[in-house]
Write a protein that binds this ligand. Structure first.
Ligand code: GLV
Length: 309
């Protein structure tokens, strides 16, 4: 049985190389080259066309190529019996932390502002904030969120987190559920959204919730574009309640060229780059799940299909 890749990633060669290096005897194929539908039991997927897996009678497992699984869970034609697994990788969490730190430091030392001034040859100093001045609110404290919270705390930030359901707080002061969301937002000078995209979290960064953030707060969205109600965010920046936002993810990617985010002076855009899975780092867990699939054993990093992540 081969590992079959179904993804919109332009260059999948590094994935094939990493899987072959980890398990030289395993065949790795692109889905386009699969002619016999019965050979497909284990798929590695990223942003495949929905409905693709309707007619593969032996398909057992779909492994996301990243931490997020919304691109799979949103497939209305996903066969019911298929199990979904995701990537959990310390390197991915560390990459997310490094990106978060870079964005926060850029904000508190006004680097984006000085880049703008440089273009107009403006020499003008601005007061800056210190790490110890900042309350960072982490929205979505799972594996990645926990790591980021811990590292930011170690760097000297005051950190607190919000989780949809109650769980053991490993690192920072925690708020839970819809009932404590307002209190959490009210103390978040910088809000970092890392939530998975589900029916419950879709549009969570809406006017009502964003208004609860302190005056001059900054929003960093590293979750999914669907968390943000775009017009509400722009409205609250334009009204002066929020200072701005750093957005790495968007409802439509690539972000359409006519989207107002592109030209907004207080919105910083990056092209979904906060973390890119390293094929070499994640290949062993993919191979392990491939083997477990063939042996009908319990899978690693299994997604709860009911919960959606
Ligand atoms: C990236 O967005 C991922 O889900 O890994």
């Amino acid at each position: 049985m081969p590992i079959v890749i179904a993804s919109d990633i332009v260059n999948i060669k590094p994935w094939i190389d990493a899987l072959k290096k980890t398990a030289p005897s395993v065949e790795v194929k692109n889905i386009e080259s699969v002619t016999d539908r019965n050979v497909l039991e284990f798929v590695l997927a990223w942003n495949y066309p929905h409905g693709l897996f309707r007619n593969y009678p032996r398909l057992k497992t779909i492994s996301s190529m990243g931490a997020g699984v919304d691109h799979i869970m949103n497939d209305r034609h996903l066969p019911e019996k298929v199990k979904v697994v995701r990537i959990i990788d310390p390197l991915l969490s560390q990459d997310m932390y490094e990106f978060t730190l870079a964005v926060i430091m850029d904000r508190i030392r006004s680097l984006m502002h000085y880049s703008d001034n440089q273009r107009s040859k403006i020499w003008k100093k601005r007061l800056y904030l210190r790490i110890s001045d900042i309350n960072v609110g982490i929205m979505g404290v799972g594996r990645i969120g926990n790591h980021i919270a811990l590292q930011l705390q170690t760097a000297g930030f005051r950190v607190h987190g919000w989780k949809r359901v109650e769980g053991a707080a490993k690192t920072c002061k925690m708020y839970h559920g819809p009932g404590q969301l307002k209190d959490f937002l009210a103390v978040s000078d910088i809000l970092v959204c890392l939530l998975p995209l589900t029916h419950e979290t879709e549009g969570i960064l809406n006017r009502k919730n964003l208004e609860t953030l302190p005056q001059n707060a900054w929003v960093i969205n590293l979750g999914r574009g669907g968390h943000v109600v775009d017009d509400d965010l722009i409205g609250l920046i334009d009204s002066g309640h929020l200072d701005g936002a750093s957005l790495d993810v968007f409802r439509d990617e690539p972000l359409p060229t006519d989207h107002p985010f592109w030209s907004h002076p207080s919105i910083q855009i990056t092209p979904h780059i906060a973390s890119l899975p390293s094929p070499h780092s994640v290949a062993p867990q993919i191979i392990e799940n491939y083997r477990r699939t063939l042996e009908n054993k319990p899978l690693l990093n299994l997604v709860d299909r009911e919960r959606g992540y």
